[in-house]
Design a protein around this ligand. Structure first.
Ligand code: F0G
Length: 441
């Protein structure tokens, strides 16, 4: 592990400019393979211990992140842990989508079921605990809305102050409301996410503020724990494929790290293929893979209604490329209409998610059509955010006001079949009964 004090404010190596990654001497990344055999924990003992902790009343045992703390020795004392009982999220079978895609063993790992409604909580509990242990009083992030909601909540729990930079007018109301409610100093900056991040990178060099964007390697340590949960929920048989939305590309990197570390420790015998799906309007990784095989990445001017992943210059792209190539996954992209339809389909399962999460189902359909995912294989879609995060998007969709005609071209029938607008009527039982009858036909 890199000494915390040695980390620069922007978490980039002074020599090569690349992002840091947390490694554990003894068992990470295959170093000193022989010597590390002796220092590795016993996989059976770990599986037993992690399950037992769920019955404990201690806060660090009830957290679905810190329950796996043998995999993340990043705080000096458990007393530093700041937790909202994150993690332990459900793995739902997607029965309708399984029928429509033909992939029988199709599951959603719903990270929107975390305390602030997104996967960011798993990484925020770890990085904020480190910040608190290091004695910072201010933490900060640039965000498309979910990181800021999570950071503000965890900072409030720790008695710390939080500074949020969000792109003006480009985040969902639910997320903005959370940031205000949890007491963050919230700045709406007249730029996009990439611009917010640029400004904040300078701020953290000039003020004693701890940066909690996903360039912070401790975020990824927490965000790798859903990999452990998925393995545990599938009786330590990992799925054939895991599909993740791609924005700043930290989550795909973190999950890949989790699966690879579990295999190295002998907890599992293989790793799933990890595939990343981006919105067509915010697809720098997709373009990079198609044009250069992931060697270089050209930033794009990002534009998508899936505002969580409206990112044109992703910080963790090199880590994501490594994970995709090491696990044998792919990168796909989804159009605005494909995302909206997939989101409605996930809603119709009684689960729901925010738009950015729905790219996973849209991407799965394409990967199946291309023959890259076989119907008999098992697939986990990582749903990153709760449906209530962006209810305006959902309402616009069901009112038929979300997509332009050209965007929906060719998909009108499928979209129409998933739309459920409200019906206005006078207050009489007859009127209600008429609608009931019509809907039952
Ligand atoms: N899904 C949701 C709901 C998100 O909020 C994000 C990122 C992603 C997917 C993409 O994850 O960036 O690790 O590739 N949201 C960040 C934020 C950027 O500020 O909340 P990623």
């Amino acid at each position: 592990m890199i000494e915390q004090q040695a980390l620069r404010g922007n978490f980039r190596c002074e020599a090569c400019g690349d992002l840091y990654e947390v490694e554990y001497p003894g068992w990470s990344a295959g170093r000193n393979e022989e010597r590390s055999q002796a220092t590795r924990p016993n996989p059976n003992a770990l599986r037993w211990l992690w399950r037992e902790r769920r019955a404990s009343t201690a806060m660090e045992d009830q957290s679905g992140v810190w329950r796996f703390r043998e995999m993340l020795p990043i705080v000096k004392s458990d007393a530093s842990i700041v937790s909202l009982r994150e993690g332990n999220t459900p793995l739902y079978p997607l029965r309708r989508a399984a029928r429509s895609t033909g992939v029988e063993r199709l599951f959603a790992k719903h990270q929107g079921m975390n305390p602030t409604g997104s996967f960011k909580d798993t990484g925020m509990t770890t990085a904020l605990s480190v910040a608190s242990e290091m004695g910072f009083s201010w933490v900060a992030c640039a965000s498309t809305g979910n990181t800021s909601a999570a950071m503000a909540a965890y900072a409030a729990r720790a008695g710390m102050r939080s500074l949020v930079l969000i792109p003006e007018g480009k985040i969902a109301w639910g997320k903005l409301a959370q940031s205000l409610d949890y007491g963050a100093l919230t700045l709406q900056v007249k730029t996009d996410f990439d611009g917010c991040f640029r400004v904040l990178s300078e701020v953290v060099e000039r003020a004693p503020v701890y940066l909690l964007n996903s360039v912070n390697p401790y975020r990824l340590e927490g965000q790798k724990t859903p990999a452990m949960e998925i393995a545990e929920q599938m009786e330590w048989e990992v799925p054939d494929h895991v599909i993740v939305p791609g924005g700043n590309l930290a989550n795909s990197s973190a999950l890949g790290k989790g699966f690879l570390e579990m295999k190295r420790l002998g907890l599992t015998t293989r790793v799933p293929k990890i595939s990343v799906v981006q919105a067509e309007g915010a697809n720098p990784l997709y373009c990079s893979m198609v044009k250069t095989g992931g060697k270089t990445l050209e930033p794009v001017a990002a534009n998508t209604r899936a505002s969580a992943i409206r990112i044109g210059n992703p910080a963790s792209w090199k880590k994501a490329v490594r994970v995709i190539q090491e696990t044998g996954g792919w990168v796909e992209q989804a159009s605005e209409a494909e995302i909206a339809l997939a989101k409605a389909e996930i809603g119709a399962e009684g689960i729901g998610c925010e738009p950015a999460s729905a790219v996973t189902l849209a991407g799965l359909k394409k990967l199946v059509r291309q023959g890259r995912i076989a119907r008999e294989e098992s697939v986990v879609l990582v749903l990153t955010g709760h449906t209530l995060k962006d209810s305006e998007y959902t309402i616009q969709y069901h009112r038929g006001k979300l997509l332009g005609e050209d965007e929906a071209a060719g998909m009108e029938a499928e979209i129409e079949a998933t739309r459920r607008n409200t019906i206005e009527l006078e207050a009489a039982a007859d009127n209600v009964l008429r609608e009931l009858e019509r809907a039952s036909r």
